[in-house]
Design a protein around this ligand. Structure first.
Ligand SMILES: O=C(O)C(=O)C[C@]1(C(=O)O)C=C[C@@H](O)C=C1
Length: 281
């Protein structure tokens, strides 16, 4: 199984994707759009993308890529995220990391490093590279990145970067949800959860209520609903909905038939049904 995720080596996505790769071998792209596109284009069997964090919320780029490309979702991976502050020494003037990681440590940085500037980079591991290259830069990332270059997701390191502080996320329960993306042809109806994207292509009072009632009337629990701009015009939205039922279930099929009627002027994309795994580490 060829798996692609957010790189370089040592990202949280790498750790999550490693759990689905047969031999732990994972390839990298520098954007989640690039990962979803690589799976849609048949370059890889599976892609791992972050979609949601318990502190910072949605990874919008992932949601948009899932709506736009011909892919399915075949698994979700939930992982605790425990950030470390990594640097060559205790003195630095910049902290570099993925915007999600910087945001998840917002209170810690404001309290301990109010005068240090923040630099958003493509991934936590890219921030670690910056810190290895430049002693004035610290990184926020997984503590195992204190190892030597290329050892990112492996064992604890050789002291190239010091762990200046650990567990610096603003809430102990910090966790990120990753989705495992597959070619559209591998979409499954089996699983305890389902993700869809609904684009009504219309706008009238009670439209969203109609969508939600399709689930409520059948006792289907929603775990998430997120609106994203369609990109067509201001005020025009797609709805990303996750719910606790498999597409194989009659109640899910009935709800979706009703939603397809509500979205007759738009479209409904069934990303697929899947189960959840938890990856610690
Ligand atoms: O930069 C990384 O290490 C990633 O895997 C990306 C990402 C994200 O986009 O949310 C994944 C988990 C953490 O929430 C922080 C960053």
């Amino acid at each position: 199984m060829q798996v692609v995720t957010l790189g370089p080596a040592g990202t949280y996505s790498h750790r999550a994707a490693g759990s689905i790769a047969d031999d732990g071998a994972v390839s990298f792209r520098e954007s989640v759009t690039g990962i979803v596109a690589a799976v849609a284009d048949g370059e890889f069997d599976r892609g791992g993308v972050p979609v949601e964090n318990s502190i910072e919320g949605s990874v919008d780029e992932s949601l948009d890529a899932l709506a736009d490309r011909a892919v399915s979702v075949v698994q979700e991976v939930v992982s605790p995220i425990r950030h470390a502050l990594l640097a060559q020494g205790p003195e630095f003037s910049t902290v570099a990391s993925h915007p999600q990681a910087l945001a998840q440590c917002r209170e810690y940085l404001a309290e301990h490093y109010p005068d240090v500037s923040q630099e958003a980079v493509a991934s936590t591991a890219r921030g670690v590279e910056r810190a290895r290259e430049d002693p004035s830069v610290a990184a926020i990332g997984h503590p195992a990145n204190a190892g030597s270059p290329g050892q990112g997701a492996g064992e604890d390191g050789d002291g190239t970067l010091q762990r200046i502080a650990e567990n610096i996320q603003d809430h102990d329960s910090n966790a990120t949800r990753f989705l495992v993306v597959a070619p559209e042809s591998e979409r499954s109806e089996a699983g305890g959860k389902t993700s869809i994207v609904a684009y009504p292509g219309a706008n009238y009072p009670g439209l969203l209520l109609e969508l939600l009632e399709s689930f409520a009337d059948r006792d289907i629990n929603l775990t998430r609903i997120e609106s994203r701009p369609s990109g067509r015009r201001l005020g025009d939205y797609c709805f990303h909905v996750d719910f606790e039922a498999g597409l194989y279930e009659a109640r899910a099929q009935e709800a979706l038939a009703e939603i397809e009627e509500v979205c007759a002027d738009g479209w409904v994309k069934r990303l697929g049904s899947y189960d959840t795994t938890h990856v610690v580490g």
